[in-house]
Design a protein around this ligand. Sequence first.
Ligand SMILES: [Zn+2]
Length: 252
Amino acid sequence: MTMSNTYEVIEKLLDKNMYSRPGSKMKGKRGVCLHWVANPLSTAIGNRNYFNNLKNQGPEVHRKRYASSHEIIGLDGEVVVCVPKDEVAFHAGAKGYKSRVHRLLSSSPNRYLYGIEVCHPDWYGKFLPTTYKTVIQRVADLLIEFGLTPSKDTIWRHYDVTGKDCPKYYVQNPKAWDQLINDITYVYNQKTEVEQVSELLEWQKEMGEKSIEYLEKEGLLNNPEKWSQTLGENVPQWLFWSLLERMDRRLK
Ligand SMILES: [Zn+2]
């Protein structure tokens, strides 16, 4: 079981259209940007369908709406993917940005930020525990995938990019936002530690197999298959001494 299998991912890509999935390419990944859907109790799939329906804005609509995100995290903690990771979504655009945004994300944040909309039960906008859990796990997984480390330079609120009151609860309660970043960092560290340990074990096994192969060729070890299966176990004392003896005899 991999650690990432802690939430359900449903891919329901938007149809390509100029209002929500233009098909233009991301220039890179510099972080993720979190939003609230600003529609209490609406579902992830419902919000996805809303984005998809923007393609139907006809000539009677004078002020066209452009909006989307790469994915939406729902009330049950499910992830609905709307836009492929290498394509731009419309979630953090504005006419102008503060200097910190320019410095970290250039003049087009949408080309560098992976957008995540999050569902919520009421107008306070605090995420439900199930939803929150997925947000933490999912952002940690995405940062690992993008080769980024968690910080306020890589985890953005919509507010940090444009000043918009979004995701509302985490703008109104800066301590809750700090906590969220801490929680992501904790999970990120856990996940990367697990990866490092399994990489180390893999490396040790390879080393062991190579040595067994060599020792067999040199006539110092019989039954290489049997010894390969015991890699990872402790060396029995008698084996250690008997190998030393065999090596010593050869040197004479
Ligand atoms: Zn937003």
